[in-house]
Design a binder for this molecule. Structure first.
Ligand code: F6P
Length: 428
């Protein structure tokens, strides 16, 4: 006669059917009666050691991007096939600090695959520098306390580079952390790709395609600013895919005279319009030099603990950023002056982060989410789930943090752009 163990405790969902003390299979039973009828004998284990329910928290932090809900769904649905319970925290680390939760079970997991944004909400708040009552406070201990108050066995943090860092800090406080890499910038280290990037790439490409026809009709230069923070993956990818005439990325400081020359050369060939795709973090040669000097001074001041110098450098860095607020507008105006062609600026902005995820992002989010469930079951923590080649692998968080993945100068996309005659701002 088989023996049924209800797992866990009062929940009769998973019943382990045994014969002669040998495990045979799990059965789904919705009540004690059903368990009895199914198995003939009934025995309840109250959260026994071998099949204890795992309580898993999940939050999304940093800028939103398409694919977040698909990842939440994959974790939520994947967990339903295990004895895992998933609880969501609203608005990133702030929700965990403030105990604002969402149940992520059953019906709430439906209709998420194609939904943009994040149903959990997000914020850029960091546990160790949280704005509370007008001041920045270290709320790490409160977050750790709340993790334990919810009896969590693991915390899934879905985010970009900043989130990986914050998650790592929490892992060092003894929390079982596992992370998923997302961002339209594709700049998270140790993973080939982040979800959100593919969708943003398509949106930016389509936008530039549309700008082509109007630039052509009006014989204009159109400067189009693409997001990407301080990396050029989005600008280079979209510029390449849309056949932009000039692509400017942070990794290659540009000489405006060379950009103007490239546009003038096109005019000589009868092409009196040009598309200039610029990453928001692109720097002119002069800006690059100023920034590098300031950053070196900052590092030196930090190393020698020179507080006054550090404050001055920080002020100068803030001034530098303020000055750059309209740098793409300035670029368009300068190109108009230097080439004699009318110029316009289009800033694509947050449109690149909105709406339905692409098929590739849905697949990636789902793969990362389901792998996450498996790794939690296996007790693998302190890792980010990364894509490396054709594999999905857990990478220790300490190998992810404190570095950014930028476009290598010998990357095949750079080579291809140059060989189809695209100006990258550094040579003719
Ligand atoms: O990290 C994603 C990103 O969209 C960057 O490309 C951009 O620099 C930044 O976020 C914008 O942030 P926010 O939405 O906070 O203005």
């Amino acid at each position: 006669m088989p023996i049924a163990h209800a797992v866990p405790g009062k929940n009769i969902k998973n019943v382990a059917v045994c014969r002669n003390k040998q495990f045979i299979d799990y059965e789904f039973c919705s009540s004690k009666r059903e368990a009895l009828t199914t198995t003939g004998f009934f025995f309840i284990l109250f959260r026994g050691n071998t099949h204890m329910a795992k309580y898993v928290g999940i939050l999304t932090a940093g800028g939103d991007c398409p694919g977040l809900n698909a990842a939440i769904r994959a974790i939520g649905k994947g967990a339903m096939n295990t004895d895992m319970r998933v609880i969501g925290f609203r608005d990133g680390f702030r929700g965990l600090m403030e105990n604002r939760t969402v149940q992520l079970e059953g019906e709430s997991m439906m209709g998420l695959l194609t939904l943009g944004g994040t149903i959990l909400g997000t914020s850029r708040d960091k546990p160790h520098k949280m704005p509370v009552g007008g001041t920045l406070m270290d709320m790490t201990d409160v977050i750790v306390e709340n993790y334990h108050r919810h009896h969590l066995d693991a915390l899934v943090c879905i985010g970009g580079g900043g989130t990986q860092k914050n998650a790592y800090r929490l892992a060092q406080k003894g929390i079982n952390i596992i992370t998923l890499p997302k961002t339209i910038d594709n700049d998270v280290a140790m993973t080939d790709i982040t979800f959100g990037y593919d969708t943003a790439l398509s949106i930016a490409t389509e936008a530039i395609d549309r700008l082509h026809s109007t630039a052509h009709s009006h014989h204009r230069i159109i400067v189009v600013e693409v997001m990407g923070h301080n990396s050029g993956w989005l600008g280079l990818g979209a510029g390449l895919a849309s056949g932009a005439d000039v692509i400017l990325i942070p990794e290659i400081p540009y000489d405006i005279q060379l950009v103007a020359n490239a546009i003038r050369k096109r005019v000589h060939r009868g092409r009196n319009f040009s598309i200039v795709a610029v990453s928001e973090g692109a720097l002119s040669l002069e800006e690059h030099e100023t920034l590098t000097n300031l950053q070196t001074r900052k590092e030196e001041a930090k190393a020698q603990d020179e507080r006054k110098e550090l404050r001055q450098v920080m002020d100068k860095l803030a001034e530098f950023e303020t000055k750059r607020t309209n740098h793409t507008l300035h670029l368009a105006q300068m190109l108009e002056k230097l080439t004699g062609l009318e110029a316009r600026l289009t800033i694509l902005g947050h449109v690149q982060r909105g709406g339905t995820p692409s098929a590739a992002d849905r697949v990636l989010s789902t793969k990362l989410g389901t792998t996450c469930v498996r790794l939690i079951e296996e007790g693998v923590f302190g890792v980010m789930i990364a894509v490396q080649g054709r594999k999905i692998v857990p990478v220790p968080l300490e190998e992810v943090v404190n570095q950014r993945k930028v476009v290598p100068l010998d990357h095949a996309w750079i080579e291809s752009a140059r060989s189809v005659g695209t100006c990258l701002g550094d040579c003719l």
